[in-house]
Design a binder for this molecule. Structure first.
Ligand code: ADP
Length: 338
């Protein structure tokens, strides 16, 4: 076998195999039998008595690689590496460009949402004044239109706030620190309990969770969004939410290594027994302002929660995905640095 290392970090090799060539070698004598056993069982080295030619058939081996073949392989290696380097260079350029346009997009979202807020607030306030001062002079039709106007401005304000929050998330520096997830989750559950007092939910955390490395505020928001959704999108009498991590030996993919950030990632999950998500919407739900339900159903929302969750996971170097069975429940799986 001839083996070429293209990259040690990516473990890329090129291997050439040669087939077996059975050869016959002529020896001056049997090279494997210089020792003979004498009568008392001892081993003795004896000078060769016979110089009769001894023949051996060599199996399971190929012909040796010639110098010129090894040299050619070496040249292939240089050629491949120069292509790889060129590609890496192109990729780096594309990444810089992508980063720039992402930053521009974040800046645009921030400026647009920030500047839109003020006139919108004005419209909202004037509609409220009209409602307070002129409601009795309006007929039923006029009153209902004014109500719709107020509702729509409120909705637009919610959307703009979400967009503003989302764009801030992309711009803010991550303040990475070691986070005790068990404590963080307790605080997430306390906040959720205040908001969802009326619905009884069993929150199960089957094992002690490892510490993660990340931005405390963002990781708090990630779990809050996922657990809130798990409670919101559930119409069962006995609701439950399970939060946990998957042990590395359960599946090989649960603990991975992010080569860009040089960090070890662990897979976590938030699982519920809620209404579920049809498979065709697995991508849709992560897009901003995409909701699968009417505005008033399941407690409403702006449709930014999962987009924000995805952004947080990706900014920490992880990935998020969803698995679901309609009517039975949903599991969000995501990796975070540990
Ligand atoms: P919001 O909750 O504000 O609508 P999200 O971005 O958090 O926005 O969620 C997008 C959509 O994904 C929701 O409208 C809902 O249809 C669906 N969804 C999210 N989480 C769950 C869940 N745990 N179970 C079922 N559907 C969900």
């Amino acid at each position: 076998m001839l083996a070429l290392t293209i990259s040690k970090t990516h473990r890329n090799y090129i291997l050439w195999f040669r087939s077996e060539v059975i050869r016959t070698i002529n020896w001056g004598g049997n090279p494997n039998k210089p020792v003979e056993i004498v009568e008392n069982g001892e081993l003795h080295l004896f000078p060769r008595k016979s110089f009769a030619m001894w023949q051996e058939t060599v199996k399971n081996s190929s012909l040796p690689w010639k110098d010129c073949e090894i040299e050619a392989a070496s040249e292939i290696r240089s050629a491949v590496i120069s292509i790889v380097l060129r590609k890496a260079d192109e990729l780096a350029k594309i990444n810089i460009e992508l980063e720039r346009s992402n930053n521009e997009l974040d800046a645009f979202a921030y400026i647009a949402s920030h500047d839109l807020k003020e006139p919108l607030r004005g419209i909202h306030n004037y509609s409220s004044f009209l409602m307070e001062d002129y409601a009795e002079v309006l007929d039923e039709n006029g009153f209902s239109k004014l109500q719709t106007l107020l509702r729509l401005t409120q909705k637009m304000e919610d959307l703009i706030d979400s967009l503003l929050h989302f764009s801030r998330l992309g711009r803010a520096e991550l303040s990475r620190q070691r986070i005790n997830l068990n404590e963080l989750l307790q605080s997430v559950i306390d906040v959720i309990n205040i908001n969802y007092q009326e619905s009884l939910v069993d929150i199960i955390i089957p094992q002690i969770l490892p510490d993660v490395i990340g931005d405390r505020i963002q990781i708090h928001e990630l779990f809050t969004n996922l657990v809130t959704n798990a409670i919101k999108y559930n119409s069962k009498a006995n609701k439950w939410v399970e939060i946990g991590c998957i042990d590395a030996d359960e599946t090989a993919e649960t603990a991975s290594f992010d080569e860009n950030s040089q960090q070890k990632l662990k897979m976590f999950y938030v699982k519920d027994n809620g209404i579920g998500i049809p498979e065709k919407h697995y991508d849709t739900i992560f897009r901003i302002f995409k909701r699968l339900h009417g505005q008033k159903d399941y407690g409403g929302g702006t449709g930014a929660g999962l987009t924000i969750a995805k952004k947080i996971v990706e900014r920490h170097g992880g990935k998020i995905s969803v698995e679901s069975i309609v009517g039975q429940g949903t599991t969000f799986l995501f990796s975070l640095p540990i």
